[in-house]
Design a protein around this ligand. Structure first.
Ligand SMILES: [Zn+2]
Length: 158
């Protein structure tokens, strides 16, 4: 496992470089991270770290199923509180679907706006393909423990 604080491989009971204890990673909490970000965003910037270890308060099966079924609209990101990422996927996916529908309707009815709109949907395709790629990587990430989850380390939280 990689150290959630410094990113180096942990061998033994603790990180050799920053002395993060493996026990603290095993007892980390996603719930505490989300709560801290709401109540004290400033402290959260120091205390919330990202770990590929799935903490006890995130259900692994739920995370996987959400990723595989609704991950392209950010369901897994919203579950663990990675809101920026979630919103990016949700907005870009919804926009591209909406623009394709408008484009098809315009094409069928030979409406005048179709050409202009084609350009708009081509631009929208960029963030949408990026969101799609993120989703594909997440689908593997939740199997091979590469998906990062924001947590507060240690067992001090309830
Ligand atoms: Zn470390």
């Amino acid at each position: 496992m990689r150290c959630p604080v410094c990113g180096l491989k942990i061998r033994g009971d603790e990180c050799r470089y920053c002395h993060t204890r493996l026990d603290d990673v095993y007892q980390s909490s996603n719930h505490a991270a989300r709560a801290l970000r709401r109540t004290d965003p400033k402290r959260a910037r120091d205390e919330v770290v990202y770990t590929t270890y799935v903490p006890n308060d995130v259900k692994k099966t739920k995370l996987r199923v959400l990723t595989w079924t609704l991950g392209y609209v950010g369901a897994n990101d919203f579950l663990v509180g990675r809101f920026l990422r979630g919103w990016f996927k949700l907005v870009s996916t919804v926009l591209i679907f909406a623009s394709v529908i408008v484009l098809v309707i315009g094409e069928i009815n030979a409406l005048a706006f179709t050409d202009t709109f084609q350009t708009i949907s081509e631009i929208l395709a960029f963030p949408a393909s990026f969101a799609f790629l993120m989703w594909v990587l997440d689908c593997f990430g939740v199997i091979f423990n590469r998906y990062k989850i924001p947590v507060v380390l240690g067992g001090s939280h309830e």
